[in-house]
Design a binder for this molecule. Structure first.
Ligand code: SAH
Length: 345
């Protein structure tokens, strides 16, 4: 088994450690609560644990937490973008968004990404490494501490492909929704994937209540291949079948992400093909005018084309919303902030 840092361990695993250290089991519950409810930054804060225990923990289980490198706040909508340094100096970015239905944190699941989507900044330098469960949790904890607000929604939509880091993602999902931690309802958690079919099916079999979002971006095999290299590995029909399977196993409505790129995937024919593709599937389509990155010459669809596309879907009774572009003035698109800033090593 992979060995985890203490903040990536479940309550049961923490108990086993505490007992092996010759301590009473109730100490495990206290320790777990400090890490995952009170969001302690280090062992020193854990004042109801004996000092000798804190010292021994510190020696044997170095406590991880993130260093805030930079925060940017949007003047338009209050969105905040955080750049955090991990223990090894790599940086990840996370976003805080306030909606009428609650506060949302968007986290990264990897340092970099190897999926190669053509319009995405996160993938330009490839994959550096996977994030551990605690590094995913810590993004939420650090933002909760910094804003002083309750986090009600989590979206795994930052840098990285979560289903390319499956085991750590699953552990993270279980811990963030567990009642002994922050206890965020699974129904308020969304995992977004570019479509790694076997892991979509594995996730379906876990029967969690989280929302699966599929980054579709093209309504035919050819269009998808143009924008997303992963489409060379899995055909669009295999991916849609996996979405149907996810719905069958979990009863959860699928979200499709569709970034509109001017002249590439935003025509009436594209909208018609999309309707055919998702026919009969309980789903919601998020339309996002692509956020242009300087390394590529894609531009966002014009407002009138976005609305025409949305109309077309709605006529066929497919729920479609145009996503509000949050934080455009602060490098809102995935991976843009980290690229601008670089890593700290
Ligand atoms: N790897 C996962 C999650 C990270 S990307 C995935 O592919 O779903 C989160 C979403 O943002 C995806 O739908 C992705 O395609 C989209 N995205 C990335 N760069 C974008 C950009 N420049 N403009 C609009 N959407 C973008």
């Amino acid at each position: 088994m992979e060995s985890f840092d203490i903040k990536s361990m479940t309550l049961e695993e923490v108990k086993a450690i505490i007992v092996a250290m010759g301590e009473k089991p109730f100490r495990a519950k206290q320790l777990y609560e400090w890490m995952h409810v009170k969001l302690a930054r280090d062992y020193d804060e854990m004042t109801n644990l004996p000092k000798s225990l804190r010292e021994r923990l510190n020696e044997n289980y170095p406590y991880t937490s993130l260093k805030e490198v930079m925060v940017q706040q949007s003047k338009i909508d209050g969105t905040q973008k955080f750049l955090f340094a991990l223990a090894d100096g790599n940086c990840v970015e996370s976003v805080w968004m306030q909606y009428h239905h609650g506060n949302s944190v968007c986290i990264s699941s990897q340092v970099g990404c190897r999926m190669g989507c053509r319009f995405c900044a996160s993938t330009l330098d490839g994959l550096e490494r996977n994030l551990t469960p605690s590094e995913m949790l810590d993004q939420i904890y650090a933002i909760a501490r910094s804003t002083g607000e309750r986090v009600s929604n989590v979206v795994v939509m930052g840098t990285g492909e979560p289903l390319d880091n499956y085991d750590n993602l699953l552990r993270f999902l279980q811990m963030i929704s567990d009642e002994s931690g922050l206890h965020i309802s699974q129904r308020n958690i969304t995992v977004s994937t570019c479509g790694i079919v076997e892991n979509m099916r594995r996730l379906a079999d876990e029967k969690l209540q989280i929302t699966l979002a599929l980054s579709l971006h093209g309504s035919t095999q050819e269009k998808r291949q143009e924008l997303m290299p992963i489409a060379n590995k899995y055909s669009v029909s295999e991916v849609i079948d996996a979405c149907r399977y996810y719905f069958m196993q979990t009863g959860r409505r699928i979200t499709f992400e569709y970034s509109l790129v001017s002249g590439v995937n935003d025509t009436e024919a594209d909208a018609e093909n999309l309707c055919k593709l998702v026919d009969g599937l309980n789903c919601h389509v998020n339309l996002i005018p692509v956020n242009p990155i300087k390394e590529r010459d894609y531009s966002a669809s014009e407002r009138k084309d976005v609305l025409r596309f949305q109309n077309k879907l709605e006529k066929k009774h497919i729920n479609a919303t145009v996503r509000r572009e949050m934080g455009r003035d602060i490098n809102g698109a995935c991976g843009q902030l980290r690229r601008r800033f670089g890593d700290l090593n």
